[in-house]
Structures are given as structure tokens and as C-alpha cells.
Design a protein around this ligand. Structure first.
Ligand SMILES: [Zn+2]
Length: 427
């Protein structure tokens, strides 16, 4: 009965051309809904998404932006639209121009149902990271032209662009910024373009959203598993207290949402990014501890808030070879410094122990000994023999027979085996 009513409502809305406004009125009680809509100025923040950039959307904790790439493609895009409508949720669709040309009515449906329509290139080549910028520009502008021909009104198309495969390069990003496009990367993936089923798509999406707490989720509306996974993703987001944010471009009639610059700073949690970080946890540490030096130790009485410099990852372009080489994803550059409040557990340092200064094997300075004369005399050096416990089991025992191995001369450390006990073990 309920289904037939819903079908009637859907049919009626199609017939009468009723759009998002009316659909919102039919929102069932308890639907996830859109918690807020933010309008962004593409020329102010040109690149977003912490996976590749230092900025992401100005979201609060437990806010998620849904994005769908590579469509439209029936019946999967259609199914996804139905699922989104059933929860009154709005998303951003990064469409491929070639698909737009194939299914223009589906593009119009996406737009008419209140979602944001964005550009994802004309043919989705996986060479955006190495193609000449004018070729990239052609892909971008043709994608835009396809959207314009489907929607008619240029204002219906957002100035948001996502680079196919996220295969960025500086020249392309500069082109996009110069032409008032906002380049969208992502904050988390669900790997839904790989051969995983809908349960796994939903599991990865939710676990990564939980781990980061907020951000842009990348999904693909051409994937059957994604269409099947979406109801579960939305259900899990709802029961876990997440909110959906809809992002639209700022226009003269719709001014940008007021934000502070720091709201755009994409910051990962220190546990994910900071290396190395050792924790000395109270009684569990077998070693005594000292207070870490503070500015007061150096006669500075006031030093502002306690902060510590840590290194954060930043992406940069990796060199890609000319022929037959697999395009590589961007790698992280290191270090970039950022300030974090000093965690309480970082105020104590372990007292250095003898183990910290232990050489992996003994070495001696001085003249080589004569091998044919009594070896007992050679062992009279205080640095050798049984007095040094570290020498036990090492090479070049003075009492050995046969030819002597070459001796290290001067201040050399030749590490034969990894010095297992060189550093204290943290637990
Ligand atoms: Zn894509």
C-alpha cells in the first residue's frame, strides 16, 4: 500500500514536473535529510579535499558531503536518486560529458531533484597528470559544454571540477583556478570502483567516515554495488549521528556561507600523520623519566601557549616517466610544519640509558697487533676481552685461530646485525 502511494506520488511529480521543493515536503518522518546547505565561492578556495590538498570543505564534526562520480548511467544513477530522495538527502554529481550526452534526461532529473551538478571532464582520460594543459583544458571545457547542452542554463552547472582518477598536476590546477573552477578532491574513499560487494563498500565508507569524523565521501553512481550499498550507508550515518551537508556555489542571489579561514584547514589527527611519536605511559614504563625542557629552563618566563611543531604530509607532483610507465598517484611531501597543542603525555622524556649509546660491536684504535706473537698479550687491552660484556659473541676474538679479519680503523660503526637492544622498547 505504502509502495503504491509512493509510486503514485513519484509518478505525479514526474507528470506535473514538480521538483525538489515539493519533494522536500514529502520527506518521511525520521529521514536523514540535509542538515544545512553551504554556499562556497570557488574563487576563494580553489582546491579542497584532504587526500590531496591542505584545505577541505568547512565542515563541522560529524558532517558529511556525498559525491557521486562518472555518471549518469541508468539504472544505477536512477536507483541512487531514489535512495537519496527516500532520505531527503542532496549530493554533488561529478558527471562525465560523454555520459551526459548519452543520458541528458537523467542529468536534468539529477538537477531537478535539487542535487549539485558538476563537471568530471568529457571523456574521463586517466592521463590528466601528464597531458599538456591545453588538452586538459579541452577536456574540461567540452565536459562543461556537454552539461550546458543537457541543462540549457549555464547557471545550473556548478563550477566544481573533479580531476579524473584524482590525477592532478600543477598546470591543470592552475588552469582550473584561473577559470574560476573549484577543484574537488576527497576526504575518504569507499573503493567502490574495485571488485568489492555492496556490504564491503558500505563497511569501508562508514569505517573511514568514523575514523576521520567529517568530510567529502567519494562514491560512483555507475557502480551496481554502490547503488546497493547506499541505503545501508545512509542508514548507518543516521544511526551514528552523522549529518549530510549539501554544497552549492555562491551566486549573487545566494551569498557565500560565512566561514573562518581555519575552518577550511584540513587537519588529520596526529595519530595518523605524526611520525615518530612515542608515548611513555606512567607505571608501565620500566625506565625513570625526566621532565622535558621548558622555556623556563632557558630563562624565558612567558612563551605563549605550549605548542609543539610536528610534520604533516603534503602532496606534490611525482615525476612520471615518458613511456610505458604506470602513472603513479601523488606522493606525500615531508615535512610541512603545523602547530598542535602539546599532549599531556609529551612532557616527560626517558632518561638516556647505557643502551642508547651501545655500539653493536667493539672496535679498537691503535696499531694492529702482531698475529704470530702470543695472543694473550694482545688481549691485555682494557677495551677487549671479558671486561666488556658487549663484546661477548662478537667478531674478531683475539684468541681465535686462523687469519684475522680486517679490523675497523678509526671511528667506524659497521653494523652487521640490527642492534636490537639499541633503543628502549616502548609499550
Ligand atoms: Zn572518475
Amino acid at each position: 500500500m505504502r509502495n503504491s502511494i509512493a509510486a503514485y506520488v513519484l509518478l505525479a511529480s514526474v507528470i506535473t514536473g514538480v521538483t525538489a521543493a515539493a519533494a522536500a515536503d514529502e520527506c518521511p518522518p525520521g529521514a536523514l535529510g540535509v542538515s544545512r546547505t553551504i554556499a562556497v565561492d570557488a574563487s576563494e578556495h580553489t582546491r579542497v579535499g584532504s587526500m590531496q590538498y591542505s584545505e577541505s570543505l568547512p565542515l563541522n564534526d560529524h558532517e558529511v558531503v556525498l559525491t557521486f562520480d562518472d555518471g549518469p548511467l541508468p539504472p544505477y544513477t536512477t536507483r541512487i536518486l531514489e535512495t537519496l530522495a527516500s532520505e531527503c538527502v542532496k549530493a554533488t554529481f561529478f558527471m562525465v560529458g560523454r555520459m551526459v550526452r548519452g543520458y541528458p534526461s537523467l542529468v536534468r532529473r539529477v538537477y531537478n531533484e535539487g542535487h549539485t551538478v558538476a563537471n568530471h571532464s568529457q571523456t574521463h582520460p586517466f592521463t590528466f597528470n601528464k597531458m599538456p594543459v591545453d588538452q586538459a583544458a579541452q577536456e574540461i571545457e567540452e565536459g562543461n559544454a556537454s552539461l550546458r547542452s543537457a541543462l540549457g542554463d549555464p547557471k545550473a552547472i556548478s563550477p566544481f571540477f573533479r580531476i579524473p582518477g584524482l590525477l592532478r598536476q600543477n598546470s591543470v590546477e592552475q588552469y582550473l583556478a584561473a577559470h574560476d573552477y573549484m577543484t574537488w578532491s576527497v576526504d575518504f574513499l569507499a573503493d567502490d570502483w574495485t571488485h568489492i560487494n555492496n556490504k564491503e563498500v558500505a563497511r569501508r565508507a562508514i569505517s573511514r567516515i568514523e575514523a576521520r569524523g567529517k568530510g567529502i565521501l567519494l562514491l560512483h553512481d555507475i557502480q551496481p554495488a554502490t547503488a546497493l550499498a547506499l541505503p545501508e550507508i545512509l542508514h548507518e550515518l543516521k544511526v551514528r549521528g552523522f549529518k549530510i551537508v549539501h554544497v552549492v556555489p555562491a551566486t549573487p542571489d545566494r551569498p557565500k556561507t560565512v566561514t573562518e579561514p581555519e575552518q577550511w584547514v584540513a587537519r588529520r589527527s596526529p595519530e595518523q600523520q605524526v611520525w615518530p611519536r612515542t608515548l611513555v605511559v606512567g607505571a608501565e614504563s620500566p625506565l625513570p623519566v625526566l621532565a622535558a625542557p621548558s622555556p623556563e629552563n632557558f630563562g624565558i618566563e612567558h612563551f605563549g601557549e605550549p605548542v609543539t611543531k610536528v610534520a604533516l604530509a603534503q602532496t606534490f607532483e611525482r615525476h612520471v616517466g615518458r613511456e610505458r610507465e604506470t602513472p603513479l598517484p601523488p606522493v606525500t611531501q615531508w615535512p610541512r610544519e603545523a602547530s598542535f597543542p602539546v599532549p599531556a603525555d609529551a612532557t616527560a622524556l626517558p632518561i638516556p640509558s647505557a643502551l642508547n649509546f651501545k655500539y653493536s660491536r667493539p672496535f679498537r684504535l691503535g696499531k694492529p697487533e702482531r698475529s704470530k706473537v702470543g695472543n694473550h698479550k694482545a688481549g691485555s687491552s682494557p677495551a677487549a676481552g671479558t671486561k666488556d660484556p658487549n663484546a661477548t659473541g662478537s667478531t674478531a676474538s683475539p684468541s681465535g685461530s686462523g687469519p684475522r679479519p680486517p679490523r675497523a680503523v678509526g671511528h667506524q660503526l659497521t653494523v652487521i646485525r640490527p642492534p636490537l637492544a639499541l633503543w628502549p622498547v616502548w609499550r
